[in-house]
Each structure stands twice: as C-alpha cells, then as structure tokens.
Design a binder for this molecule. Structure first.
Ligand SMILES: Cc1cc2nc3c(=O)[nH]c(=O)nc-3n(C[C@H](O)[C@H](O)[C@H](O)COP(=O)(O)OP(=O)(O)OC[C@H]3O[C@@H](n4cnc5c(N)ncnc54)[C@H](O)[C@@H]3O)c2cc1C
Length: 381
C-alpha cells in the first residue's frame, strides 16, 4: 500500500530524533536492534504494520542449513568454493539462531530435517549433493530410498536443523533490544540533509544519523534503486487442526518449492507450491489463492492421505528474491548513512542473521563481505 497526501504528518511537523533508525520489525530488524543496543547505540524501529507483520511472522519456522538449492545445484550455480562458504555461513547462522532461541526461552523443535526428492532426477541430485557435502566436511546422511515410505525417491537428513516459533523469537528480540518502536508507521521517503537522514512515514517524521533498511521484499517501494534486484514472491501456507502424529521431522521437497512439518500439538503445516503458479505469485498482494491452496491440498492428499484433520487457516507472506539467489548487504552510494540487509530468497531464518552481522561489520569499517550488494548493484552501492 502507498501513503496518500492526507496520511502524511505534514512537512511542518517537528521531526523526532534517533541515533540509528531501523525500518522493518521482522527478524532482521529485530536482530539488528538487539545487536546495536548491545553496542550501546540508541535505536528506533519504524514498522508499517506491527512486530513480525511481514514474512518473519508468516513463515514455516524452519531453520535449515544451506539455501533453497540443494548443494549439488549450489555448486553448479556458484562454484565449489562459494557454495562451501555459503553452507558454512548458514551453519554459523543456525548456531546464532539456536543461541537466541535458548537465551529467550523460545520454543525449539530439534532433531534435524529431511530434504526429499520427488522424482529420479532430484534423487540423483541429492545423491551428488550428499557426496559433495561429505567431501567438503559437512555431516549429513543420504537415504537412497524414502525414509518416510510415502512415495518420495531419496532424502538427505541434516541432524542439526530445527524448527522455531518465529513470532515468539522476533517479539523476544524486540523486547530485549528495548528500542523505541513506531508501529503502523509506513515509511514513504528518505530525505538526505547534511546532518541527518529524514525518514518520512505515515504519522511520523524521524531524523536519524544512521538508517538501516530491514524491509526485505518491500525495499523497492521505499528505494526504487532496488526495483531490478528485489523481486517480490508470495509464499502460501495452510495449517490443519490437530491430527494424530504422522511426521517427526520438518521436510523440504521438490527442490525447496514444497515444505511441511507437523507441530507438537498435531497441527500439520504445509507450504509452498509457488512454482505451480509463478505468474500469479510474483506479487505484493497478501492473499491465499485457490490455485496454490488447491496445489497444497493435492500434495497433502498424495503424500499424506492420513492427514484428515480439516484445514484451519490459510495465509500468505511476501519474500524478497534476488537474481542470483543471495541476500544483498551494503550502503547506498547516494547517502552512505542508508544501509540495508535484504533479499533473503525465502530463507531468511537460514542466513539472515549472518547477513545482518556482515552489515554490522561493514558499518564498523570492515570491507564489504560475502553478501555485498556490489556484485549486482555496482552503480548504486
Ligand atoms: C510462507 C513463507 C514461508 C517461509 N518459510 C521459511 C522457513 O521455513 N525458513 C526460512 O529460513 N525462511 C522462510 N521464509 C522466509 C523468511 O520468513 C524471510 O526470509 C525472513 O522472515 C525475512 O525477514 P526480514 O526481517 O528481512 O523481512 P520481513 O519479516 O518481511 O520484515 C520486513 C518488515 O518491514 C516492514 N516494512 C516493509 N515496508 C515498510 C515501510 N515502507 N515502512 C515501514 N516498515 C516497512 C514490513 O511490514 C515487515 O514487518 C518464509 C517466507 C514465507 C512468506
């Protein structure tokens, strides 16, 4: 949604002040707020909806090693050494996530996760992926047949993966950060002046020394520079009423397009199927659609006919995809006081904290790191 002329606070309204202003109260904004607070900085968070109102409050809660591509695909796409670095980064991210969940008493479901092949081609890729992972020192277990005995073709088990309640974690981070929080304040412009960046938001003018965009998919709506490199992709989910136990581990299948887990209370969560309607799902619109929801139900009926509990809720969330599948971290050349960590390609729980750490290092004067946006936005950052 845009902000109308009538919703503006008015240029005459005296700005409030913050040393650091983070835009976006999702996982990344919350984590950055906590880390900056620990460094003694005074932080404000400006959020258009409410805490965890975006993808961070709408995801499947799976904290997984790697990215949506399996390791074989990642080696093909990025090269061996880059893929190895990327996986190592996600393992460190996983440790950070677990540490935070434990620190804040946020529920965690341990035991690992499965990546499942839906056809012989994917099974061949998973075999290759597991072999490459072993060679590179990552411990996973390859199953040449379906460990669930439900018609999948092969699987990789990563024992270190886990699931969380994402909203509980984000709320805990925000609370611990103790940052000033402006909810319902959609930012529509960032204006640079000599002594600060003026954030113009619905009902708020806020001047800050440092601004951080933690707005993931929505970043191009504030900074058009990102229009070519952040592409919105809707993700849809359904959840059933409690069902007798059918599945112990969270699962990723069909090259990451489909994912599912059973919650400890028996509810079965099924998400994905975006690739059944690419044309409709490249959008900011927040709604569950008949086409994707029917695909989710068809997947369930095929592989889990014993999930008979009725669907209780359906929802959607917006992910930010980048052309090369990796996040974007950096500072804008037009005003280096405006920094960003965005573009998590549907995997922000898996690598978002490390992208945030990379941004913090850059702000402390280190060289741009692995996720530097310079690779795609050389003119602008
Ligand atoms: C259905 C679904 C399932 C997913 N499952 C998983 C999973 O299992 N594992 C995993 O790793 N990842 C998953 N993801 C991806 C993951 O949720 C995201 O990568 C992650 O939450 C990104 O966090 P963020 O803080 O960058 O973005 P967000 O959580 O989207 O936060 C951005 C915030 O910025 C706010 N904002 C936007 N524009 C403005 C503005 N103009 N002014 C003020 N505020 C603004 C938004 O309201 C939002 O709260 C899933 C995503 C979806 C949608």
């Amino acid at each position: 949604m845009s902000v109308s002329f009538w919703q503006e606070p008015g240029a005459e309204k005296r700005p409030e002040y913050a040393e650091v202003a983070i835009i976006g109260a999702g996982l990344i904004g919350a984590y950055l707020a906590l880390r900056l607070r620990e460094e003694g900085r005074h932080v404000a968070i400006v959020e258009s909806l409410h805490v965890a109102g975006g993808a961070s409050g709408r995801n499947a809660g799976m904290v997984l090693s790697g990215i949506a591509d399996n390791y074989y695909q990642a080696v093909e796409r990025y090269g061996r050494s880059e893929a190895r670095t990327l996986w190592a980064v996600t393992l460190r991210n996983r440790e950070l996530m677990l540490g935070l969940a434990q620190r804040f008493g946020s529920p965690v479901g341990m035991g690992g996760s499965l990546v499942l092949a839906v056809d012989d081609e994917e099974a061949r890729e998973l075999r290759e992926a597991a072999a490459l992972l072993h060679e590179d020192g990552f411990s996973v277990e390859f199953h040449p047949t379906d460990p669930l005995r439900r018609g999948f073709c092969a699987a990789i088990h990563d024992p270190g993966n886990f699931v969380i309640n994402p909203v509980h974690l984000v709320r805990s981070l925000i609370e611990a950060a103790g940052a000033r929080l402006y909810e319902g304040s959609q930012v529509y412009a960032l204006e640079s002046s000599e002594d600060s960046v003026l954030i113009r938001a619905r009902g708020l003018n806020l001047a800050a020394q440092q601004v951080i965009l933690a707005t993931n998919a929505f970043t191009p709506l504030i900074e058009p520079t990102f229009a070519q490199v952040i592409i919105p992709q809707r993700g849809q989910v359904l959840i059933t009423a409690p069902n007798p136990p059918v599945l112990k581990l969270p699962c990723y299948a069909n090259r990451g397009f489909d994912y599912f887990r059973q919650l400890s209370d028996g509810r079965f969560l099924m998400g994905g199927c975006r690739n059944r309607a690419f044309d409709e799902e490249s959008t900011y619109a927040d709604m569950a659609t008949p086409r994707v929801q029917a695909a989710l139900e068809a997947f369930l009926a095929r592989y889990f006919p014993d999930v008979t509990a009725p669907v209780e809720r359906r929802w959607s969330g917006t992910m930010g995809f980048t052309p090369d599948g990796l996040p974007l971290v950096g500072r804008l050349r037009r005003d280096e006081r405006i920094a960003f960590a965005v573009g998590f390609n549907g995997h922000g729980l898996g690598l978002g904290l490390m992208a945030a750490e990379e941004l913090l290092a850059e702000l402390r004067g280190h060289e741009p790191g692995f996720f530097s946006a310079r690779r795609l936005m050389n003119e602008a950052v």
